[in-house]
Design a protein around this ligand. Structure first.
Ligand SMILES: [Zn+2]
Length: 95
């Protein structure tokens, strides 16, 4: 469920924009709307083996600095995404 920029291949970071959630590229400024809800809904917290699988997917040609930066981005990505999902669940419970 991690998405990459179609223009430059950078990982897209979710950003909140009022009611919408945008997936933003920090590299070239590309953004698209994140389809909120069902597909992204999961009660699971960040699963360790899922994270490891994403790491394995990274191109091995990357230098260490880039890999570290990428991991940090992934971490941020998941934190924001999970936070968003938790908030959506809370909002739904209020209705
Ligand atoms: Zn981009």
């Amino acid at each position: 469920m991690v998405e990459f920029c179609p223009k430059c291949g950078t990982i897209l970071i979710p950003k909140k924009d009022k009611e919408k959630i945008l997936l933003m590229c920090n590299q070239c400024g590309y953004s698209k709307e994140l389809k909120s809800g069902k597909g992204y809904k999961s009660r699971h917290r960040v699963e360790e083996d899922k994270k490891i699988k994403i790491m394995v997917m990274e191109p091995t040609t990357m230098d260490k600095e880039k890999i570290t930066a990428h991991k940090e981005l992934l971490q941020e990505y998941y934190e924001v995404l999970l936070e968003t999902m938790e908030q959506e669940e809370m909002e739904q419970e209020e209705i």
